[in-house]
Design a protein around this ligand. Sequence first.
Ligand SMILES: Cc1cc2nc3c(=O)[nH]c(=O)nc-3n(C[C@H](O)[C@H](O)[C@H](O)COP(=O)(O)OP(=O)(O)OC[C@H]3O[C@@H](n4cnc5c(N)ncnc54)[C@H](O)[C@@H]3O)c2cc1C
Length: 291
Amino acid sequence: MKELDYFFPKTLEEALQIKNELKGSIRVIAGGTDLVVRLKQDQVNEDMLLDVSRLEELKGIEDKGDMIYIGAGTTHTEILENPLIKDKAPILYDAVKSIGSPQIRNIGTIGGNVANASPAGDSIPALFVLLAKLHLKSVDGVRSVPIEDFFLGPGKTAIKDNEIIIGIELDKMQEKDIGFFRKVGQRKGTAISVVNAAVRLTKDSVPNKFSKAFVALGAVAPTVVRAKIVENAILSETLDSLDKIMYISRLVYREVSPITDVRGSLEYRRDVSINIVYEGLADLFLNGFRR
Ligand SMILES: Cc1cc2nc3c(=O)[nH]c(=O)nc-3n(C[C@H](O)[C@H](O)[C@H](O)COP(=O)(O)OP(=O)(O)OC[C@H]3O[C@@H](n4cnc5c(N)ncnc54)[C@H](O)[C@@H]3O)c2cc1C
């Protein structure tokens, strides 16, 4: 592993000044669970690290009425321990619960999971269906980017050279909202997803009908994708039988473009992405679409 200069700012303002001065030659490090692995494999170009792990301004979870705000430096464990997330963003709760091991969740952050821009990042499909917005800050101010516009490819994001992610704002789920996060990995425990999926539906007054549908899949394309054909089918159909749910789930096939890699073949990933949506929707149906 190469030698690196390490910056330990005490405030966000100081961190932003350093980032602004050194721009693309310095890399942010939060929990380091992703970055240290890549540093050890000599996959990081920068020679300087900007440690944001102790910045209080990046920590914590706030109730913002219809929205929830999560500081980028909040760890996965802190998210799981917060009753607001369990109650009002259960899809994110289940996604975060599936990440790594307790040790990884104790130090890994949600900002790191998003900024890492892995197509298999587990918080990302959940944040897609909760219509999350990323708050990016530089010395010039804050801008808010919808999560769908944030990912440009594997490991590539819309963060500018002088910006840091400071937080994530997401929809609170309301009484009529139901949904799920599901993941298939190679084995139980710390497995990275072969395919993951998040679904959020808003119930209509007519039984088995929905007024809003959001479906997102991970590890099936260069970035997490919204499955809009599936969403439209859910909105136009009545989900009143397992056959109907299977018909809708099969449409996933038209939305994914997976690759073959060490974790699974293209064909396997395509089949799993259909099954994962089917099983999640079927469970909701068999439970009478109750939360
Ligand atoms: C054994 C193991 C198991 C794992 N299992 C899973 C899993 O099941 N699911 C999963 O999704 N991930 C998994 N991961 C990956 C990783 O733990 C998570 O992605 C974690 O959330 C990363 O957060 P971090 O704070 O450690 O990020 P870091 O490693 O510190 O940083 C990751 C990237 O994000 C950037 N970054 C971090 N914070 C910011 C910020 N505030 N602003 C701008 N850029 C920032 C860094 O520059 C770097 O490029 C696993 C990793 C390991 C080692």
